[in-house]
Design a protein around this ligand. Structure first.
Ligand code: FES
Ligand code: FES
Length: 164
């Protein structure tokens, strides 16, 4: 395409190294979904509003529609698909298990981003109050408005992780 150039993105995703050439304007979320087929990371808005695209870059939650794939070069990305590697034997990360137990999803569109955001929230604050969970998730939107159970799942996940 006129005006675009390609860059080679060298990035480790869920522990696997990749070196892939993409147009320089490629967003990380599209790189993950379209080039690596990691479609658990969702696109809800593309404008940094909804949090559905949340992943971890070097362990810190970022909205991957806000990051160019080129900016991720040289870094480690963890997506929702990589989270179960932290599991305790049942194939689910404790946060995922808490969502299952607390019925923390309806359509599930927001869920990967919520889980990744909660992972960051609990890394920063392992024993949050309900108010702190609600504040911590204010960058993530659930179009099914299932916030009550999402908050319950976050609190249950915090308990699971403290017991682990
Ligand atoms: Fe990235 Fe909505 S798709 S914040
Ligand atoms: Fe449907 Fe949150 S469960 S968008």
């Amino acid at each position: 395409m006129a005006g675009s150039r390609d860059v080679t993105v060298e990035v480790t995703v869920n522990g696997a190294p990749h070196a892939i050439e993409v147009p320089a304007r490629t967003l990380l979320v599209h790189f993950l979904r379209d080039r690596l087929r990691l479609t658990g990371t969702h696109v809800g808005c593309d404008t940094t509003q909804c949090g559905a695209c949340t992943v971890a870059m070097d362990g810190v939650a970022v909205k991957s529609c806000t990051v160019l794939a080129a900016q991720a070069s040289g870094h480690e990305i963890t997506t929702i698909e990589g989270l179960a590697a932290d599991d305790s034997g049942d194939g689910l990360h404790p946060i995922q298990r808490a969502f299952q137990e607390e019925h923390g999803l309806q359509c599930g569109y927001c869920t990967p981003g919520m889980v990744m955001a909660i992972r960051q929230l609990l890394a920063d604050n392992p024993d949050p109050t309900e108010a702190e969970v609600r504040h911590g998730l204010n960058g993530n939107i659930c179009r099914c408005t299932g916030y009550q159970n999402i908050v319950a799942a976050a609190l249950a996940a915090a308990a699971h992780l403290r017991e682990a």
